[in-house]
Design a protein around this ligand. Structure first.
Ligand SMILES: *[C@@H]1O[C@H](CO)[C@@H](O)[C@H](O)[C@H]1NC(C)=O
Ligand SMILES: *[C@@H]1O[C@H](CO)[C@@H](O)[C@H](O)[C@H]1NC(C)=O
Length: 286
C-alpha cells in the first residue's frame, strides 16, 4: 500500500520495494569511507561509565554509526552518528524520548528491542501492544527522521515469542497487521547462531546468516538494518565468519546497516578493556 502517495514509503509493510526503488539506490551501497554500513552496539556499563569502548573505533572509516539500546549517547564521539532507541513502551508521556529524537544530528531512530521474545533482556510485547506503542511514540516523528520497525530475532524458531507459540517472523506479520497506518523507512532484525554448526560444512554458519538476511528482505522489502548479530564460537571462528559475511553484506543494496554484537570486552574489545580485540580489528578493517 503506497504511503502518502510515495512509492518509496511503506505503510503497514505491504508496499514492497524493489532494489531499484531503494532510497538513494540503497543509501550506503556500496559503502564509502565515512558512510560505512558498519555500526556499534555499546553501553556505558564499564569503569568509565561512558562510550569509552565504542570510541576506540574512532578513525576507522568503515564504521559510521552507533547505538546503545537507549539514549543519551554517553559521550559517544561525534565521529559516529548516534541513533537513539526506544527500548520498550513508556508508561506515559515521554518528553525525554522526544528530546532525544529532536536533538540536532539525529537522522534515524530505532524502536522496541526484541519485543518478540520473553527473556529478561527483551521488551516482550504482544504485537498489538507494540503497534499501539509505535502509533504513540514513533509515528509522530515520521518524515522528520528515518523510522525503523521493531528489532526482532529473525531466525528465532523456538516458539517462545511474546504472546504465543509462534516464531518471530509471525510476530512481525502480526505487528505489521496491527500497524497498518504506520510508516517505516527500514526494517531492523537480529540474528544469533553458531559460527560453524557442529557436524556441518564450515560455510553453513555464513550461509544460514545470508539466507536469513535474504529472507527478511524478500518478506519485508524494506532496507535492512541488522542491529544485532553474532555467531557463537571461538574468536578465530568469529573472525572467519565476519570475513565471509561482511563483503557480502557490503555488496547487497538492500542491506543499509549492520552492527556486530557487541562492543564489549572479550568480543570486539580485548579482555582488559584497553583496545580493540583481534575480532574488533577484523570488524573494523576487513
Ligand atoms: C494483531 O495482533 C494480534 C496479537 O497481538 C494478532 O492476534 C492479530 O492477528 C493481529 N492482527 C493482524 C491483522 O495481523
Ligand atoms: C535461518 O537460520 C537458521 C539457523 O538459526 C537456519 O536453520 C535456517 O535455515 C536459516 N534460514 C534460511 C532461509 O537460510
Amino acid at each position: 500500500m503506497p504511503c502518502n502517495g510515495k512509492a518509496t514509503e511503506t505503510c503497514g509493510g505491504s508496499n514492497r520495494l524493489t532494489v531499484s526503488q531503494l532510497p538513494d539506490g540503497g543509501g550506503t551501497n556500496p559503502p564509502t569511507a565515512g558512510k560505512g554500513k558498519r555500526g556499534l552496539c555499546y553501553n556505558n556499563n564499564n569503569p568509565s561509565k561512558n562510550a569509552v569502548y565504542a570510541n576506540m573505533f574512532k578513525g576507522y572509516s568503515k564504521i559510521s554509526w552507533a547505538y546503545d539500546w537507549g539514549y543519551p549517547s554517553w559521550d559517544l564521539d561525534t565521529f559516529f552518528e548516534f541513533v537513539p532507541m526506544l527500548w520498550g513502551k513508556p508508561s506515559g508521556a515521554a518528553p525525554d524520548w522526544t528530546a532525544a529524537v529532536q536533538t540536532a544530528g539525529t537522522k534515524s531512530i530505532l524502536g522496541f528491542n526484541e519485543p518478540d521474545l520473553t527473556y529478561g533482556g527483551s521488551s516482550n510485547m504482544l504485537p498489538a501492544d507494540a503497534a499501539a506503542g509505535y502509533a504513540s511514540y514513533m509515528e509522530p516523528f515520521r518524515g522528520q527522521v528515518q523510522v525503523g520497525t521493531p528489532n526482532v530475532l529473525w531466525n528465532n524458531d523456538v516458539g517462545s515469542s511474546s504472546g504465543g507459540a509462534y516464531n518471530s517472523r509471525v510476530w512481525t506479520r502480526y505487528f505489521l497487521g496491527n500497524c497498518t497506518a504506520c510508516h517505516f523507512d527500514y526494517a531492523a532484525i537480529h540474528y544469533y547462531q553458531d559460527c560453524e554448526p557442529a557436524g556441518r560444512a564450515q560455510d553453513t554458519g555464513p550461509d544460514w546468516f545470508k539466507g536469513n538476511v535474504t529472507h527478511a528482505w524478500d518478506t519485508l522489502r524494506l532496507p535492512l538494518w541488522i542491529t544485532e548479530f553474532q555467531c557463537y564460537g571461538s574468536e578465530d571462528q568469529q573472525v572467519r565468519f565476519l570475513q565471509k559475511v561482511m563483503p557480502w553484506l557490503d555488496a547487497q543494496a538492500y542491506v543499509a546497516r549492520y552492527a556486530y554484537f557487541g562492543t564489549f570486552p572479550d568480543l570486539l574489545i580485548n579482555h582488559d578493556g584497553t583496545a580493540l580485540s583481534a575480532l574488533g580489528q577484523a570488524y573494523a578493517t576487513t
